[in-house]
Design a protein around this ligand. Structure first.
Ligand SMILES: NC(=O)c1ccc[n+]([C@@H]2O[C@H](COP(=O)([O-])OP(=O)(O)OC[C@H]3O[C@@H](n4cnc5c(N)ncnc54)[C@H](OP(=O)(O)O)[C@@H]3O)[C@@H](O)[C@H]2O)c1
Length: 290
């Protein structure tokens, strides 16, 4: 029974991953700032504290920490928090856990937004360079910090795609105006969204552990344009789309710099993880929405 510690494991992905790993027979502990359960281990990155005695037998460390990208407008202060909650927490984890005697594998969440934004004509493999926008540079710093662990154990960087789940995240946010009859594609509607269903994502994390994968992997089951997804959602909800696209400048006024997340996008290639033998259970959006 492998001993797993998930930093940031109280979040959306972490809770699903915990259930999946427990069902697969792993022993799972969660590193959190607010411990409430028996398997929770306290830490506080702000004060550099951690109850290391509770987790020094960790073999697999998974890092899902990070302030939610959608939580607040991206002021300069908020952008710094988005970076620090990923990069500084990774560095602190390395200082506090990097020398754990039994540590074999460090797996970190990273972002599929690594490649910047383009016309969506080509799918980016993991070897493509980082983009120059805020999210790409955040991913670059996050992954460079993760590489600190490479001196002592395997390192896997999973570039997490936009997670689809009924009533959650992008699907929930896009469905709400469509249900009210006010749905419309955003910006040009051509921007690409690399996506993955939550159940496939947690299977993929376990696959990376079980198969001792190293390196960087895109985790998307597919890519869909904003317009296609809006159309699929409207069809699945039996609603008509009658409004014109919402112009990018309007979104920029409403969302500020955060508009980058909805009006820009790039396709990602999942060939590398497929070649390793991983099979996505959900790769058709109409089937998934049905
Ligand atoms: N969900 C997606 O669609 C998606 C897509 C791409 C990448 N990702 C990345 O995958 C990771 C997990 O995503 P998620 O959706 O599960 O996120 P989430 O629900 O927001 O959970 C993130 C967890 O990180 C911890 N955290 C937040 N701010 C922190 C801080 N300042 N210092 C230390 N810990 C902090 C929290 O744990 P405690 O409060 O218990 O300490 C929280 O439960 C994130 O890094 C996210 O950026 C997610």
């Amino acid at each position: 029974m492998k001993k797993v510690l998930i930093a940031g494991g109280t979040g959306f992905i972490g809770q699903k991953l915990e259930d999946h790993l427990l069902a697969k027979g792993y022993e799972v502990k969660i590193l959190t700032r607010k411990p409430v359960k028996n398997n929770h281990v306290f830490w506080n990155p702000a004060t550099q504290q951690m109850d290391t005695a509770q987790c020094s037998d960790t073999q697999i460390l998974i890092n899902l920490c990070g302030e939610n990208l959608n939580a607040k407008r991206w002021t300069r202060k908020q952008k710094q928090l988005l970076i620090d909650s990923r990069v500084q927490t990774t560095r602190l984890l390395y200082e506090l856990c990097g020398a754990f005697e039994h540590l074999e594998h460090y797996v970190t969440a990273s972002g599929i937004t690594a490649y910047g934004f383009d016309d969506g004509k080509q799918k980016h493999p993991e070897t493509d360079p980082y983009g120059s926008d805020f999210l790409s540079q955040l991913v670059k710093e996050w992954e460079q910090a993760a590489d600190l662990f490479a001196s002592g154990c395997r390192v896997t960087k999973l570039r997490i795609a936009v997670v689809f789940e009924k009533g959650y995240g992008a699907l929930q946010k896009m469905s709400a105006p469509i249900r009210l009859g006010a749905g419309a594609p955003l910006g040009t509607g051509k921007q690409q969204i690399p996506w993955v269903h939550s159940t496939d994502l947690v299977r993929l994390v376990e696959f990376a552990i079980a198969n001792e994968l190293e390196g960087t992997y895109n985790t998307n089951a597919g890519n869909v344009s904003n317009k296609e997804l809006t159309t699929f959602l409207a069809a699945s909800l039996n609603k008509k789309l009658w409004l014109p696209n919402i112009p990018a400048f309007v979104l920029k006024i409403v969302l500020g710099d955060m508009a980058e997340m909805v009006v820009c996008g790039a396709k990602a290639s999942h060939e590398k993880i497929i070649r390793k033998g991983f099979v996505f259970n959900h790769s058709s959006i109409p089937d998934l929405l049905r």
